[in-house]
Ligand binder design. Sequence first.
Ligand code: ADP
Ligand code: MG
Length: 758
Amino acid sequence: MALLELRDIGKIYVSDGGVAVGIRGVNLSFERGEFVAVTGKSGSGKSTLLNVISGMDSYEEGELLVEGQPTSHYLQPEWEEYREKYISFIFQDYNIIESFTVLQNVELALMHIEDKKARRARAMELIRRVGLESHARHKGSKLSGGQKQRTVIARALAKDSPIILADEPTGNLDFATSQQIIALLGEVARDKLLIVVTHNYEQVAEHATRHVRIFDGAVESDHVLRDTASMPEAAPAEKAAPADKKQKTKQMIGNGFTLGHTIFTSKPRLSAFLCFLMIVGTLGIFLVTSLFGDMQMLFAPNYMFRHIDGRLVLTKQNGSVFTEEELSSLKSEHGANSYLHYDALLDEGAYNTITLPTGEDEWDHEYVSADYVYEKSYGDDILGRYPQERGEVLLYLPISYQTDVGRNSILLSEVLIGRVQYKLVGVKYYYDNNRMPECLFTEDGFRTATASYLLTNNSTSNGEIAVYAKDGTLVKRFSLYDMVTSFELPSDKLYIDLDEYHDLTKGTDYVTEVTLKTHYFSYDSYFDTGIAAGTVFTNSFTGESITDTRPSYDAYETGNAQALVIGAELLCQTAESVLEKTYKQASLFFGDDEAAHIAAKRLRDAGFIAVPSDTTYEPNAAEVILSVISCVVMGLGWILSILFLSFFIRLCSSRTLEAFKGDMAIMRSMGIPSGVIRIGTYVRMLIALIPAFILVILTAILIFTTPKFSAFFVYLYPWQYALIFIGMIAITLRATHNHIRHLFDESVKKSLKGGRAE
Ligand code: ADP
Ligand code: MG
């Protein structure tokens, strides 16, 4: 059985405008051990013949039999397999991968050897055989024509394929070199089928065993020149035992990785450029992802009350207020851990402000909304300590405030929380863009803040503090907003800034008696809006006013505002006398939400209005639609940005990747499985991604360790970092996918360097 048999093979080229006959009616049969010289005029169809035999060109007529097997039904993958198994191709213009070294070029053809050491040893052996050992580590681009062709021969031998096709292999070489190359070919291909197309028959005459002349696409003559040593028929083309599928895949992936790595390192400048593009892309995704960082807010539940695990909000049906006794008995009756009588502050986070000192200058302040809490633990790693007294507070702040307030200098400074002056004894920082800061008080401290809040910040209270002189004349009415509560001031003293009214009072000695009047309108809890009844309370205070300048209050001497400082004791007395008659809501605290729900049911049965704090309210249709739309828009925006960035990266890299197309074609013409080439291309791009990934990780570390950067960066969540990585991989895969499709769209022949289309 012939190794190759061509039966009536015809190949027609259809190009724009005309039809050209490549070859027609070709009947030839080849055996192992033959050295066939093919000659003919230019354009007679020699190249076409080789291309058809190699499977790089399809044929339209006849049948090509390989070891008796017909091939006319072959599709792309089968041709690839055929090339891999049977064919080595040697071109006139060398077709080595110029950016690879001689060794890498040869090793490329040795992928079937799994062991890397064995692979290298075999490659070196072949390189020695073609006389290039001194150039093994030279890049292809640095070799002479003869050296390149020797590399190609070594590569052809490396494959150990039964057929070597050479299309004018010495066309670009001088006479002496040509002689050497032909001799080398003849020698190394002694046991193979070698078909050499040549202009110059004399060069091969000495070695050829057969001469085929082509004229006008048809075989003109076919002479056997000398006997070939009879070759053992069954030298199997199969490589050892056919590996099972799993093994093959594993090998393919391994080879893909090796190839990807080689490609990446062989073109350092192109690779550096790709890395740079990836970094640009990453920065883009970083930006987009942090822009859409608040996406998760859309999924946050709408709690009716501030949700604290185990909290149950309680009022009475009849609208009357709770007494301490009632609450304490409800607590023990329903197994609550604790209760909070005046719980308004728990629900007013957005309106609660901390006035933070932000610099050396006491005038520099920043107002921060915060949740107020008590009895909470932030772990051991806090700066300073937990509050122990009524006038002390611990702040739980975003790390971005660390630079503003300084690491330790903030401790023990006075901070204004709501309208109450506390001493800051502890700080803890967190990394979270969507979290509220928190102020942690002692229970008493919390109560004071509540009293102050309900008296002064609540829009439904409408009070004033009137200060009268000794003789009964009114010195000034202060709005409750003008008042600051201090824990340092004794309850029988007030601090008043009276500068503006000096002429009225003729000095501080005249002000010896102060009356504090508070008008307080109660409001009817959250279940019913609006003001229920206008209740007016009056609390009288008689004491001594202090008008000498106390340095710690200087910061608040801002004209009329905050011109009155009142002791915390006095405030609480006043406030609680009001609250105990007006404040109708309280909270019970259980171990967890489940316990709160069980208690809620029982309390409702007992006639209370009881709402666990994890109860949500249904957002109305418009809100739902809006949030769904914004969600979709954000998600689409993110995906569109990815598409845009991948398009951008592809655009930037397309010219450089175009250069790579030739190398690809060479690999394909060598019969390297397309799977390996694909994987190699992906791996190469993914390697280019590594610097970008490192950059993201470094940035993250920088952001998290150096709060100074908070001015420029937002703190991303792990899921956002995951999105960035996923996005980058998506961009890379997409760009590579397009690139690969582009590469494989064209036939091998066409994309080969200096394609054969004459
Ligand atoms: P040779 O190698 O003997 O010089 P070729 O095999 O390259 O000749 O070409 C044989 C014929 O086929 C010529 O007429 C040539 O113009 C035509 N031909 C070869 N390749 C193509 C192609 N890609 N498209 C159109 N015609 C082609
Ligand atoms: Mg040709």
